[in-house]
Design a protein around this ligand. Structure first.
Ligand SMILES: CC(=O)N[C@H]1CCN(c2c(Cl)cnc3[nH]c(-c4cn(C)nc4C)nc23)C1
Length: 287
């Protein structure tokens, strides 16, 4: 009999709030400690006036609803939320190594080894297989929304743009478009395969040091994404290139399914070297 999850009623008094971890579009995230258990968490603080002005209250409700019910080792846990008269507070896992975006920036050439890249692709595909099995499409996979914990486990975060599959609503594009699949930039109905496309873009960026359509802008960028031609430098191994080319397909249903990404020969070949390379990689990150 699955344990019914207790519904704790939280308030700001339950937490010691620390330094800001980052600025989201609609509010800031503070490292915080829950007083009773001394657990470190990330407290997202959003101002109700801003949410109303930006008309994103429904987006926040959906983010909380969706993320609260997803429980997976590679998804950032949302423990609960509460509000006072001015603010909404969301209680989230604290990922001690921060955003993959910043970790990539800290590396020479802004890239990582094939073993580390294969680890992140496998963990992300694992998280998305779980999301998709629950009918959830994330729709905003990018290095800024992938967090890392102390053991270099990837944590999928920021479900603000996610939807439950049946109504794939149109939405205005904002933030970087590098990761948007062709059907999204041409505002076609889209499905789970938009998340698979983003895995291909992420793998390219982790191995090459920049996104395949980066430093294009506006209409040129949209045209490049639609023509869906990418140039993979010789420095990338044949195995990794084959996987990237199997994912970056214009036709959504032609993209390699998640289960086949996770069992791809190149992903499998990297696995035996992972433990050593993770230990070495963690040494390169600032304490
Ligand atoms: C909008 C939004 O949630 N974006 C980011 C900001 C912090 N946030 C975090 C969330 Cl939601 C959870 N854990 C985090 N850990 C960090 C972090 C750790 N270091 C060393 N540096 C950072 C930064 N950030 C978070 C997600």
């Amino acid at each position: 009999q699955p344990q019914a999850r207790e519904e704790t009623c939280w308030s700001l008094d339950d937490f010691d709030v620390g330094r800001p971890l980052g600025k989201g579009k609609f509010g800031n995230v503070f490292i915080s400690r829950e007083k009773k258990t001394k657990r470190i968490i990330a407290l997202k603080v959003l101002f109700k006036t801003q949410l109303l002005q930006l008309g994103v209250s429904h987006q926040l409700k959906r983010e909380i609803e969706i993320q609260y019910h997803l429980r997976h080792p590679n998804i950032l846990t949302l423990y609960g939320y509460f509000h006072d008269d001015k603010r909404v507070f969301v209680i989230l896992d604290y990922a001690s190594r921060g955003e993959l975006f910043n970790v990539l920036q800290s590396q020479p050439g802004h890239k990582v080894s094939e073993v580390i890249a294969a680890r992140f692709v496998r963990q992300l595909a694992n998280a998305l297989k779980y999301c998709h099995s629950k009918g959830v499409i994330h729709r905003d996979i990018k290095p800024e929304n992938l967090l890392l914990d102390s053991k270099l486990n990837l944590k999928l975060a920021d479900f603000g743009w996610s939807v439950v599959a049946d109504h794939s609503k149109r939405h205005t594009l904002c933030g970087t478009m590098d990761y948007l699949a062709p059907e999204m930039v041409s505002n076609q109905p889209h499905d789970f395969n938009v998340d698979i496309w983003a895995i291909g873009i992420l793998l390219f960026e982790m191995l090459v040091g920049y996104a395949p359509f980066a430093n294009q802008t506006g209409d040129k960028l949209i045209a490049r994404i639609k023509e869906c031609k990418i140039y993979i430098p010789q420095s990338v191994s044949d195995g990794a290139s084959r996987l990237i080319n199997a994912i970056i397909k214009k036709e959504p249903q032609e993209r390699l399914p998640l289960a086949e990404i996770m069992t791809h020969p190149w992903i499998q070949d990297m696995f035996p070297r992972e433990e050593n390379e993770v230990r070495a990689f963690l040494q390169t990150l600032t304490k």
